[in-house]
Design a protein around this ligand. Structure first.
Ligand SMILES: [Zn+2]
Ligand SMILES: [Zn+2]
Length: 466
């Protein structure tokens, strides 16, 4: 039976959607609730990300991706997750949702729900475990979406569907392997980071805040990065990721236990830990923890790749116990490459910073601290304080006062919620004990001292003696 979609999710399709839909991509499976939209580039390292797929799915149904999630996905989560996700969907869409592309139970749950809704079976491939394996997602994924403006421009020019590859979500990838251009994570117009799950119907490739096009303009397309060391490092990263990708296609899921076991074998010789530590720049204690099955600590993908880069092995080679090169390096204590370079700091756009800092000071922009401004503008606090010491000195107390006021407002809201709950229970002829209030209030709220105080105050108002 075909379930009709809720009213706001209309039948898709029409000339205006040509940008991101082609008829070959869609399969209107008669028994699925949502269109069986085909993910992009499965089977290559350019495969689509799950969050990007959710966005395209929403846009394909002519609804905002966030309402698609609210209407279709959240109702299928377990009770407690449903409540907390409904309450925090907006924050999650901005800050947390990239975890859906990683190695977690939450990601698996979402994949299963979306598979049921679309009738597809290939959605696990939109998450990292089916590429990188069972390595912890810690620091593996970026916090905000990134993109290559030149890729977007190219796809638009060729009329190819615009989508968000999983590759762009990896923290360790900073250059586009096709264009050697830095991936961007701020809109060139409004300077804001992008929502992971969009809350508007904007076209793919458009800013989720101001709808500006995020692709490169023709004149920007030739801005290549000329830093040989950085390029060499990034090319090697892609090579290592491609190798893992190839291996993951022919196996169930790559298991990192073999990497650490084989590394441990290489470290059995006396002094081997110290030697490898000197070569790789990783402290001995940490190398110990890598190989001693310490469940509380797993190195990040980036750390492992940096280590392998210096030691001239790939993660897959270590997994397969092809470690003769690594043994040589430990023996000779000579690194093959210099440690991976960090990208140099961007040159500060003084005019842009000045305008933004002034706007914060005179109230045109939301009051915010230097850390937030750092994120917003993409320059470090140190850079900002160096160029604008006066403005920065004024901003901190302003932000503190703003935070204090916001906190007070939130507490007032808590007090009011408790007061209304007490009155409501009392009006039913029941004594408004804290236990009776709990079902009416968000979980954990009655543990707050302010909530308890408001409870006592209201009881006194109602004539109870405490
Ligand atoms: Zn590119
Ligand atoms: Zn924008």
């Amino acid at each position: 039976m075909h379930f009709p979609l809720p009213v706001r999710i209309g039948p898709l399709w029409g000339a205006t959607t040509g940008q991101h839909n082609t008829s070959q991509e869609l399969d209107t499976h008669p028994r699925t609730r949502l269109y069986s939209l085909a993910p992009r580039e499965i089977g290559t390292i350019w495969r689509e990300s799950l969050t990007g797929y959710i966005n395209r799915l929403g846009w394909t149904h002519h609804v905002t991706p966030r309402s698609l999630v609210v209407q279709e996905v959240i109702p299928q989560l377990s009770d407690d997750l449903r409540v907390s996700m409904s309450a925090h969907i907006s924050v999650f869409s901005y800050q947390g949702a990239l975890v859906l592309n990683g190695y977690s139970v939450q990601a698996q749950t979402w994949v299963s729900i979306l598979e049921r809704l679309t009738g597809r079976t290939d959605l696990p491939f939109l998450t990292l475990p089916w590429w990188i394996g069972n390595l912890s997602s810690r620091k593996q994924l970026r916090r905000v979406p990134a993109w290559c403006p030149s890729c977007l421009a190219e796809w638009q020019e060729n009329g190819s569907p615009i989508y968000q590859p999983l590759l762009w979500g990896l923290q360790v990838v900073i250059l586009c392997p096709r264009h050697r251009d830095f991936l961007k994570d701020r809109c060139p117009q409004c300077q804001k980071p992008q929502a992971v799950i969009a809350a508007n119907k904007s076209r793919p490739g458009a800013c989720t805040h101001c709808s500006s096009w995020l692709g490169a303009e023709a004149q920007d397309q030739q801005k290549l990065v000329y830093d040989d060391e950085l390029i060499a490092w990034q090319e090697w990263v892609i090579y290592a990721l491609e190798e893992l990708h190839g291996a993951s296609l022919s196996t169930e899921m790559l298991l990192w236990e073999s990497f650490f076991t084989h590394l441990a074998d290489c470290l059995k010789e006396q002094e081997a830990f110290s030697r490898l530590s000197r070569v790789s720049g990783i402290k001995r204690e940490f190398l110990h923890r890598w190989v001693c099955n310490d469940d509380t600590y797993t190195p990040t993908l980036e750390t492992i790749l940096k280590f392998c880069y210096i030691c001239d092995v790939t993660p897959l080679q270590v997994m397969k116990n092809q470690v003769s090169r690594l043994r040589q390096i430990i023996e000779s204590e000579r690194a093959v490459r210099v440690p991976s370079p960090r990208p140099r700091l961007r040159r500060v756009n003084l005019e842009q910073c000045q305008t933004f800092l002034q706007a914060v000071l005179n109230g045109q922009e939301k009051p915010q601290g230097l850390r937030q401004i750092e994120k917003h503008l993409g320059y470090t606090v140190r850079q900002l304080s160096y160029h604008f010491p006066k403005e920065c000195a004024l901003i901190t107390p302003l932000a503190q006062e703003y935070r204090r006021q916001r906190k007070e407002e939130r507490l007032d809201k808590v007090r009011e919620q408790v007061r209304l709950a007490v009155i409501s229970v009392h009006s039913q002829g029941v004594y408004p004990s804290q236990r009776k209030l709990r079902p009416l209030l968000p979980g954990g709220l009655m543990r707050m001292p302010e909530a308890k105080e408001a409870w006592r105050t209201t009881l006194r108002e109602l004539g109870f003696e405490l």
